[in-house]
Design a protein around this ligand. Structure first.
Ligand SMILES: [Fe+2]
Length: 281
């Protein structure tokens, strides 16, 4: 008995989990069943949750040690979250955002693909949501790979790609900038998921700067063709947030994006991540 039921959110990925109060401790059987469901569906949604930072952190720790923040604590504004916690919000104090990633649209990306040990999962809990916009799109990168036309697949097969982090939500990376100023890492273009063994396309539009063996311009063209394929392959679930939603996603086999939202509306979510491991082809 696991005490929950699963309800698919999209034909390709995502499932809503009903019947669990995440503020309560999980028994090992339920936890193992959730991990199995997560590996299968890649994105899990739990509606109507009431979570403090402590209970959210404790739920996250069921799946492994917490991931580290990129931005050092001393560099964060007051209230932006302590230790492993991140506030994703456009709330400002004296004109300065109190959290991270405050405004508008964000292009597709994998969290932490630009470090040698990318986080496995991200958990986002909705505290204040907008009336319109601010949705999160999730793409199934296993199915995106499986449906890739042969000619496009052969351009990236066996290659490595350079991922680089830039803060601005829609700004693509520019290599003429000093690369040393940004976190960056070479990763396989196609990764094997360490838990499920499934292969996934590991290229995204926000952070992938270069494909090994191609010029910056050629890399950009291949990346755009790959993203066009993902958008046309019916592998994207669009999540419209409600207050009390907790969504957990797998960063090794999905990428995600955020739609624009009215700047005058408040949006506030609390994020923890689950530490991962180095990825191989
Ligand atoms: Fe993200």
């Amino acid at each position: 008995m696991t005490g929950f039921t699963l309800h698919k959110l999209h034909r390709s990925l995502g499932a809503e989990v009903r019947g669990l109060d995440l503020a309560q401790p999980l028994d090992p059987t339920t936890r193992d069943a959730l991990i199995e469901a997560w590996l299968e569906h890649m994105v899990l949604l739990f509606r109507g949750q009431e979570l403090s930072p402590e209970t959210q952190r404790r739920f996250c720790e069921n799946f492994g040690p917490l991931g580290e923040r990129s931005r050092k604590a001393d560099d964060r504004p007051e209230g932006a979250g302590v230790e492993h916690e991140m506030l994703v919000t456009n709330v400002r104090r004296d004109g300065v955002p109190i959290g991270s990633l405050p405004d508008g649209e964000m292009y597709f990306h994998h969290d932490k693909c630009y470090v040698p040990v990318p986080d496995w999962g991200t958990m986002l809990y909705a505290m204040v949501v907008t009336d319109t916009g601010g949705h999160t799109l999730f793409a199934n990168m296993c199915e995106a790979l499986e449906t890739l036309p042969d000619d496009l697949r052969s351009t990236i097969d066996g290659r490595r790609v350079l991922h680089m982090y830039k803060y601005h939500p829609t700004e693509r990376v520019e290599l003429e900038d000093d690369i040393g100023r940004h976190d960056h890492c070479w990763q396989p273009a196609v990764v094997t998921h360490p838990r499920s063994g499934r292969r996934a396309l590991y290229i995204n539009e926000l952070m992938t700067a270069l494909i090994d063996g191609y010029s910056e311009e050629e890399s950009c063209g291949i990346r755009d063709a790959l993203m066009a394929h993902v958008r046309s392959a019916n592998v994207i679930y669009e999540h419209k947030w409600k207050k009390g939603d907790l969504v957990m996603w797998d960063n090794w086999c999905t990428m995600h994006a955020r739609t624009d939202f009215p700047p005058e509306q408040t949006r506030m979510l609390r994020r923890y991540t689950i530490r991962g491991q180095a990825l191989t082809a």
